[in-house]
Design a protein around this ligand. Structure first.
Ligand code: F6P
Length: 326
């Protein structure tokens, strides 16, 4: 018999479409297993502020299709301190919480790992970030929806780029990872991508652009990951414009539109599976792990492993961009 009777769930860091589906799955997975469940508002900030709310099956009705997170989110500086985490732990105890489920990205899991170690407290993480940058899982919740948002936007930009025979640099999110840029580049038929994982060879980009110009391509789209080392789409576009005043260059920074919207079916499904898996993991006495999805199967990844390793970009996918842009 597991000693766990009551769990709490929170979302933290940047929101991602599908977090609500995950919250719903955690709450209903807990109730299904006869556990009580509370929500913590505003992530670790709410944990320190003692902002707990009762959750019932009804409190997560009609949210599977909603973007954002009903529990709100925050990036808490106080939780980075020993004193902050002591208050958070005291609040967990005062609310008789036996285990915690956290939904978020690497910052969220870094905090969870420390709290779990300091107080030997069971915490399970669910990967929720549009960046898809967590090692140990093929997908994070929100990535697929953001990808579709980017592709829809790039398709629209392609129409106007083509009408004016323009070269567009489109900047996408991803922090210091290029997953969104790479996949959206393939799916939108981008001529090139620039990602943080690969040092940009400006000479190569330049000769590539010269070639497309010679081929009289009706438009060119370059997807630039925000963490790319040359400093982002605006800087690159300025350099290209200065060197080629004959190119008609424009920049679009997609920004936070990538974080919003109703989650895709894919994100809703993985969020539902991961949410229930998090409760099952706690009932198996797991602590300090992230729920991952590898080859469509649920896996348990120790926080240490998920945080210490860098997830690589798929080399074959990188090659695809080059093959398909000739
Ligand atoms: O981690 C998700 C993310 O959207 C990143 O892609 C981006 O760099 C960052 O969050 C933006 O954070 P904020 O919403 O705090 O500006």
């Amino acid at each position: 018999m597991s000693p766990i009777k009551k769990v709490a769930v929170l979302s933290s860091g940047g929101d991602a479409p599908g977090m609500n589906a995950a919250i719903r799955a955690v709450v209903r997975g807990a109730i299904y297993n006869n556990l009580s469940v509370m929500g913590v508002m505003q992530g670790y900030h709410g944990l320190i502020q003692n902002n707990f709310i009762e959750m019932t099956s009804k409190s997560v009705s009609n949210i599977i299709q909603q973007g954002g997170t009903i529990l709100k989110t925050a990036r808490s500086q106080e939780f980075r301190t020993t004193e902050g985490r002591k208050i958070a732990f005291d609040n967990l105890q005062n609310n008789e919480i036996d285990a915690l489920v956290v939904i978020g990205g690497d910052g969220t899991f870094t905090g969870a790992r420390i709290l779990s170690q300091e107080y030997n407290f069971p915490i399970v993480g669910i990967p929720g970030t549009i960046d898809n940058d967590l090692f140990g899982t093929d997908y994070t919740i929100g990535y697929d929806t953001a990808l579709n948002t980017v592709v829809e936007a790039v398709d629209k930009i392609r129409d106007t780029a083509s009408a004016h025979s323009r070269l567009f640099f489109i900047e996408v999110m991803g922090r210091d990872a290029g997953f969104l840029a790479l996949r959206s580049g393939i799916a939108s038929g981008a001529e090139a991508i620039m990602v943080p994982e690969i040092d940009t060879d400006y000479g190569r980009l330049d000769s590539f652009l010269r070639n497309s110009y010679k081929k009289e391509k009706s438009s060119s789209i370059v997807i630039v990951a925000e963490g790319e080392k040359m400093g982002g789409a605006i800087k690159i576009a300025e350099k290209v414009s200065n060197e080629h005043p004959d190119y008609d260059v424009r920049v679009t920074i997609l920004g936070h539109v990538q974080r919003g919207g109703s989650p895709s079916a894919f994100d809703r499904v993985i969020a539902s599976r991961m949410g229930v898996a998090a409760i099952e993991a706690l009932l198996e006495d797991q602590k300090s792990i992230m729920i991952g999805m590898v080859n469509n199967e649920i896996v348990y990844v120790p926080f240490n492993k998920a945080l210490k390793n860098k997830k690589p970009l798929n080399a074959k996918s990188l090659e695809l961009i080059e093959i398909l842009s000739i």
